[in-house]
Ligand binder design. Structure first.
Ligand code: NAD
Length: 277
């Protein structure tokens, strides 16, 4: 479909003409930063079934009945995010701001768009770094360095087969005191409402934009998956970057986000004379 470069040329032309671009990202945008997607083969849900690990009730039950398994799950999620750095796709989204108004709407919880320099980022599924009370009141934002310390402390405690008390001590900055602790990361688990005010602001941006780049998302997680359709219904053009085609976009750039996203920005704004060569 896009092998001859014509899809790239047409997508770049749309981007060049746009006044407000929404970059809508999912787990695939961070894959090349070393954070696996959840649904692809070998993803987190294959090893850790969502019914035990993706709901608050399931997680609390697992933590109480099987603390080592709970710690193993946390390590599988926290460690790659703690160690990650933005890749070329995150940097290209930030770079786009030099040319046009950009709103990033991300389903990711890894804070990599912000680290790459994007200034307007709505994290609609929350952030692993934001610590909130169980009622959702914001308490503090952990740094990536603190997250790294937590991950290595957890790895060490597990390797030493430390007891539950020691493991909970390591997790204190994230979960508070004991498993009935008073706080948690502000990530949206299955069955929970979207993160606010990010979700409301995201919907506003979708209504206003004239071009959306949907990058690295399977489009199956509701209600976030409705955003590309809402953008199209409001008259925006939809460009999709993904190894797999959803069939919904005006232009599909097949491939990895870290290659296609910079290529798109470069074709739109940095090719000789501002045109696609
Ligand atoms: P998903 O796991 O459902 O789908 C990932 C998508 O990325 C797929 O369409 C896949 O084809 C595509 N993909 C894989 N490798 C890619 C690459 N290198 N470049 C571009 N695309 C690639 O992801 P989702 O739709 O974002 O939904 C999963 C939910 O799980 C998210 O909403 C998020 O809350 C959470 N999650 C977050 C992270 C993170 O923060 N990095 C990682 C995994 C899951």
């Amino acid at each position: 479909m896009n092998r001859d470069g014509s899809e790239m040329a047409r997508a770049a032309e749309l981007l060049r003409q746009a006044r407000h671009v929404v970059v809508f990202s999912g787990a695939g945008v961070s894959a090349e930063s070393g954070i696996a997607t959840f649904r692809d083969a070998g993803g987190v849900w294959e090893e850790f079934p969502p019914e035990r690990f993706a709901t608050l009730g399931g997680l609390m039950k697992t933590a109480a009945s099987d603390p080592p398994e709970f710690a193993r799950f946390l390590l599988a999620v926290v460690e790659p995010i703690a160690r990650a750095e933005p890749n070329a796709a995150h940097r290209a989204a930030a770079e786009l701001e030099r040319h046009v108004q950009v709103t990033v709407i991300t389903q990711n919880i890894d804070a990599l768009h912000t680290d790459a320099g994007s200034t307007v980022v709505h994290e609609v599924h929350g952030s692993l770094f934001d610590i909130v009370s169980l009622r959702g009141r914001f308490l503090r934002r952990l740094t990536r360095e603190q997250m790294r310390e937590l991950a290595s402390g957890l790895r060490e405690a597990m390797a030493n087969r430390s007891g539950v008390t020691a493991v909970m001590g390591v997790l204190r900055p994230m979960l508070g005191l004991g498993i009935r602790g008073a706080h948690r990361p502000n990530v949206v688990l299955f069955g929970e409402g979207m993160a606010e005010p990010a979700w409301t602001l995201a919907q506003e941006a979708v209504r206003e934009c004239d071009c959306m780049i949907s990058v690295g998302t399977s489009g199956v997680v509701m209600p976030a998956a409705m955003l590309p359709m809402q953008a199209q219904a409001a008259g925006a053009a939809l460009i999709e970057i993904n190894p797999e085609c959803s069939g919904d976009a005006d232009h599909w750039l097949q491939g990895s986000a870290d290659e296609q996203m910079p290529a798109l920005v470069q074709h739109a704004f940095e090719a000789p004379g501002g045109s696609v060569s």
